[in-house]
Each structure stands twice: as C-alpha cells, then as structure tokens.
Design a protein around this ligand. Sequence first.
Ligand SMILES: Cc1ncc(COP(=O)(O)O)c(C=O)c1O
Length: 375
Amino acid sequence: MIKKNKNLILTAGPSITNLEKKYVNDAVSNGWNNNWNKYLLKLENSFKKFFKVKYAIPTSSCTGGMHLILSALGIKKGDEVIVPDITWVATASVVKYVGAKPIFADVDKKTWTMCPKSLEKKITKRTKVIIPVHLYGHPCDMDEIMRIANKYKIHVVEDAAPAIGAKFKNKLVGTFGIASAFSFQGAKLIVAGEGGIVLTSNKTLSKKIKQLAAHGRTLKKNKNTFWIEKVGFKYAMSNIQAALCLAQFKRIKELIRKKREIFGWYNNYLKNSKSIVLNEEFYPAKSVYWMTTLFIKKSNKRILASALAKKLKKMSIDTRPVFPSISTYPMWKSKNIYFSKELSKYAINLPSGHNLNKKTVKYISDCIMNIIKSN
Ligand SMILES: Cc1ncc(COP(=O)(O)O)c(C=O)c1O
C-alpha cells in the first residue's frame, strides 16, 4: 500500500524567483510615460537575438498572435488551413476568425504531432496555410512538413505555444515557417500570466502584423498618431507582463533543463512498464518536455485515461486529459477514423510543474504502476 500524499500535486506551476519580482516591481513603479515600453523592447530584442529572427512582436496571447499572422497573410473566406487534429482549439479557431475553413490532419503515431502523410492527403487548390503544432514541446517533423509546403507553395505558420527552445535538427522551432507564435499563459514553459509573441523575418508581414495589433493605427512617423488606416485589433502586451516574461526568458536554459530532468525521472521509473509509453523525443527532434505525457498501450488490461486520472486523483495526483480530437467538436462535426481519437482516449498529461522534485515523481510513478498492475 502506498501512503497517500497529503497535498494535491498539480499538473503545472511556474518557477518565480527574485529576478521576476525585481523586474515586475520596476515596471509597476517606473514603467509609465516615457518608460512605458522599456520591458517590451527588451523582450523583443531578447527573442530576436535568441531565435536569430528579424522581428519579434509581443502580443496579448498566442491565439491573438496567430489571428494576426493569418489576417496579415490575407487568409479569408474560401481558403483552407490545415491544422493537426490534436491541439488546443485556438489553432483552429483563428482559422475561423478570418473566415477560412480549418482542415484536420491526423497526428503521427510516434510524435503525436501533425502527420506529414495525412497532411499531404488534405491539400487542395484552396489550401493556403499549414499550421504545425509542436505539441507539449515536441517538435513536428519539420523536414517533411517544409518539403510538402514548398512542393505545393503553401505558407507554414508554426504554433509553437509551449515549445520555446525545442529544436529539429538543431534548428529552433518557430524559425521554419514564414511566421510563428508562442504563448506565455500561466501554465506554459515561461509565464507572463497571459501573453504571446510572434516571430518572423519577413519585413512586409511584420509591418502588417504590428499595425493590425494596434487597431490599424498608422506606422508613419509624419501622421497623426491616432490616424487609422484599416480596421485592426487590440492585441498588445503590457509592459508589466513583458517584465515578468523577460525575467522568465532570461532563465530559459534553466527552465528547460528542469523540464527535461522531470521527464528523465518519469522515464527512469516507468520505462520498464510494458503497458505504457511516454512522449519521448524522436531523433532529430529535441523536446523541451513542457508536459510529460503518458499513453496506455493496447492490451487486454488496457485502462482508459479518464479512469486512470480518477484513480490518481484519489491519491492526490492531478492530471490533464490530452486534447480531444478537435475535429469532433460540435462546430466542425467531422467524423474521422484518426489515431488522434485513440490518443485522446488513452493519454494524459502528468504533473510537470517546475516545482516538482524527484521524490514526488517517484511517488506519482509508483501510483501509476500500481493502478496499471491491479487493473
Ligand atoms: C498548442 C497551443 N496553441 C495555442 C495556444 C493558445 O495560447 P494562448 O492561451 O496564449 O492564446 C495554446 C495554449 O494552451 C496551446 O497549447
């Protein structure tokens, strides 16, 4: 019998140090008037340097960032955009925001990210954009996705929400397509409460995105600052959020190291189980392991992820379901026979917050092994 943990072990949780407090304090105290964008500019520059891209545009969220990219690319009614069937709904919602149609590709059985074969089958004359998602911090097969995109001359926009620092063949994700977006929502790899950033090296696109993010306000220096040239959106990040985000980003290597360490602990304790697999990185991908995720393999004792989650909750362990197959949501009502359906039924995100220690991961792993054995 394993002794139940006293407190609920949560799935996420940031790492906040004195650096974050110092920057936020400074932004709250001094980040107004002439200093209104001090941290925003620093954040932009840090991202440009790290990713070696020409433009970085902080936004109020990753969703807003992706909406801006599609709008700036001129995606509209009658166009199709291919997204993976397992992702947060934001990836598909932004396609609807611009009036286009989301088309769902299956996910790969090994990496659980967009399956290139399924993607190629979905391409039509109307396909304008492909949005690969680096799910839970694992890079997609960017060789194949870029090959297909180039073959059919379609833009790639990367949804890299939680995947800052993940690499494919030693190249950072978020630098493959024409543009990419990341998220700093409170459960992500680095947090700003809410927030996102768009990266691109395309000058024309960056100008359009900057203008659309600020209500279509003119970018011309000689014009009235309140002159509006087109209808835009309000998708700005605040200086205070940027201060928190910058402090987190300065610690990116440490934060990734900890996520990889957490995955390593789970892998060590669970690798001998024949009934489960974890979302281990597949060469040449280097994952940041934002969320360690477990898949229950086919066997006559197979247990549903939802049943496993219930039993873990009784042991004070919180988990998150893997996203449902998003094409089956009532808005799209698509009927598919994808692997994504099996994944969403038999996979869960395990606690992966930065505050976890090895002893807690051992406890969680022991509980998982116990439940699977006794099922
Ligand atoms: C894959 C993916 N895309 C997009 C988003 C949206 O990010 P945000 O909440 O910053 O809009 C998320 C957030 O969970 C996500 O996981």
